[in-house]
Design a protein around this ligand. Structure first.
Ligand code: GTP
Ligand code: MG
Length: 581
């Protein structure tokens, strides 16, 4: 399946290259589409309670012992695996520094043991590895397990939910599905429509027990999330052993090949098919517009001059109408984005702050009660540490969730605009084709623009969490100070920090929305102008040619019919690619 995808992808890239070479194809975002085809990414996030075998599954899929596994809660940092010619590991630290490390030292950064409570301040780790699995933009993301005694591990896993295009959710035969697992699953479901369930450690039990444990999990999960689920058996351990020792027998026993087949088909369907179809559709649209413009030039070479002048006039009037519509789009878009900031972002932030202040105030009270006999310095330190940790976690989690929410609101605004803008462009084309009696059919298709417009919201190579800006209070405290004054000061400190952090996050979100808006506007509204421009230029070209005499006209006609042939061929190739999908 993936092979077929790679092949079609190559064909599509070839088509784009031929289109590059055809004279004057107007408004073709060829460069952009090419990049899109080449760099399309798909985030496959591995999730689950601690110790279900998430990390082992990734190693099994890659067929190599890349990531460290253990019997105690281990993974503490998210690791992203993507394609690269060699095994290379980069550690992104929260102060923005990037460090390249050797494979042997990986566990000093990504595990609870090597990096307890993330004392090394790692944001995330990115590993490149030459596995066919990761080709074509699939990224596997290992997350820390949720539900262990380490709350910070759970928090990190949550930060990656909004980034998932699909999730692999791991269960294990030795642990019946727990309430905590179901709660987590419900949250996962909010972010991902596509969840694959795996019942790992199948090698622990007999085939009968395996069946029974799967049907138990299935029932519990279906009751909880109210939809049918399929659970795949798996032994990540046997799968890796099988791949390493090239033992077919072990691999069969691991059940991995069966699951891989399903997963590959899914990736091809979801990732490959959608991409190839939408790029082909966009290109076909561009081609039919190019053909129309070519015919317009042809007509302007041959239509009697009087008649031509009248038609040009009619065309000019339509142009003015469309330019006015374009202005309206601009104003409407501005308004919608402002509304998203005011009623979406600002309100969510207000709610979140209110809740956070209430939680922290009561948390501080109880911590104060149990520690007020400590010395001033120690008490202050303890309370301050509590506030810093809580604020940091709360904002990072909230930010990740809000990010997903804003991205989808933004995309739905864009989709609505795309429909309207396309209608305008189509009506203009239709008008010109009728005016000059050129056969032209509007090509309706799913467009790719949304993908491009959400660029700023997509999973970039930057870490997901925002570091906290803090200054410590301890240094500023007078030598003798009562514990109630310390509590009061810490309260002020907390409010100040929350305000500061909110301001930063709001600024960051608003700025990204603004950039996304500009990007979208540029890409979309520019199309209206390009269409107008294309039509006028085609007619002008023909008229100019006529001034040069009969011979030149004939020559141009010849050239135009040759180009028309090339456009036809390109269209046929694209249709053939679409058919094969
Ligand atoms: N028998 C058996 N053991 C397995 C299997 N998969 C994983 N294990 C073991 O289970 C333990 C946990 O595996 P990990 O892959 O570290 O689990 P994890 O879900 O990544 O754990 P955290 O990162 O701590 O959440 C390790 O001791 C693995 O060797 C399996 O299929 N069969
Ligand atoms: Mg792990």
């Amino acid at each position: 399946m993936l092979d077929k995808y790679s092949h079609l992808k190559e064909e599509l890239l070839k088509c784009i290259d031929t289109m590059f070479a055809i004279e004057n194809i107007p408004g073709c975002p060829c460069e952009e589409l090419k990049e899109k085809v080449q760099n399309n990414t798909f985030n496959l996030v591995v999730l689950g309670q601690f110790k279900r075998g998430k990390t082992s599954l990734i190693n099994a899929l890659l067929g190599a012992e890349i990531l460290p596994v253990a019997v105690v809660p281990l993974t503490s940092i998210a690791t992203i695996l993507k394609y690269g010619e060699a095994l290379r590991i980069k550690v992104f630290l929260s102060d923005g520094a990037i460090k390249e490390i050797r494979h042997e030292s990986l566990s000093e950064y990504v595990t609870e043991k090597g990096n307890p409570k993330n004392e090394k301040n790692v944001q995330e780790v990115v590993i490149t590895y030459p596995s066919p699995y990761l080709k074509d933009g699939v990224r596997l993301i290992d997350t820390p397990g949720v539900g262990s005694v380490y709350q910070h591990n759970t928090d990190i896993a949550y930060q990656y939910l909004p980034k998932s295009d699909a999730a692999l959710f791991l269960l294990s035969v030795d642990q019946p599905v727990s309430q905590a697992e179901l709660d987590f699953l419900k949250d996962v479901k909010e972010y991902s429509d596509r969840i694959f369930f795996l019942q790992n450690k199948a090698d622990y039990v007999s085939p009968e027990d395996l069946k029974e444990s799967i049907s138990f999990s299935k029932k519990v999960i279906e009751d909880a999330i109210k939809c049918d689920v399929k659970i795949f058996p798996l032994s990540a351990k046997l799968a890796l052993d099988g791949k390493l020792s090239k033992s077919k027998d072990l691999l069969e026993k691991s059940f991995l090949p069966e699951f891989e087949k399903i997963l590959n088909t899914f990736l091809m369907e979801e990732k490959g098919k959608v991409l190839i179809l939408s790029v082909s559709n966009t290109l076909i649209r561009v081609l039919s517009q190019a053909m129309l413009e070519l015919e317009l030039e042809m007509k302007s070479l041959t239509t009697p001059l009087d008649e031509l002048k009248k038609k040009v006039e009619a065309s000019e009037n339509k142009k003015k109408e469309v330019m006015l519509e374009k202005q309206d789009f601009d104003i409407l878009l501005e308004g919608e984005i402002n509304r998203l900031v005011k009623t979406g972002l600002d309100e969510d932030l207000r709610e979140f702050k209110k809740e956070l202040i209430a939680n922290l105030t009561s948390g501080l009270e109880s911590l104060y009660k149990e520690s007020k006999d400590l010395s001033g310095k120690k008490l202050n330190y303890k309370l301050e540490e509590y506030v810093v940790d809580e604020v940091k976690n709360a904002y990072n989690n909230w930010r990740a969730k809000e990010d997903g929410k804003l991205a989808s609101s933004f995309e739905s605004i864009c989709s609505r605009f795309i429909v309207k803008i396309n209608e305008t462009v189509d009506s203009l084309l239709k008008f010109s084709s009728e005016l000059f009696s050129i056969p032209f059919e509007v090509f309706k298709s799913e467009e790719l623009w949304t993908v491009k417009s959400s660029f700023y919201y997509k999973f970039k190579d930057e870490p997901v969490s925002l570091e906290l800006l803090t200054t410590s209070l301890t240094l500023a405290l007078p030598r003798f100070i009562s514990s109630t004054i310390i509590l009061k000061k810490i309260h002020e400190y907390m409010h100040q920090m929350i305000d500061q952090q909110s301001g930063r996050i709001r600024f960051d979100f608003a700025e990204r929305l603004d950039k996304s808006k500009l990007d979208f506007r540029w890409a979309m509204l520019q199309r209206i102008e390009a269409t107008i421009e294309g039509i006028s230029t085609a007619i002008e070209k023909g008229m100019n040619q006529r001034n040069k005499g009969e011979k030149e006209v004939e020559k141009r006609k010849q050239a135009l019919s040759e180009t028309a042939q090339k456009l036809d061929d390109a269209r046929d190739n694209l249709l053939a690619i679409k058919n094969r999908i």
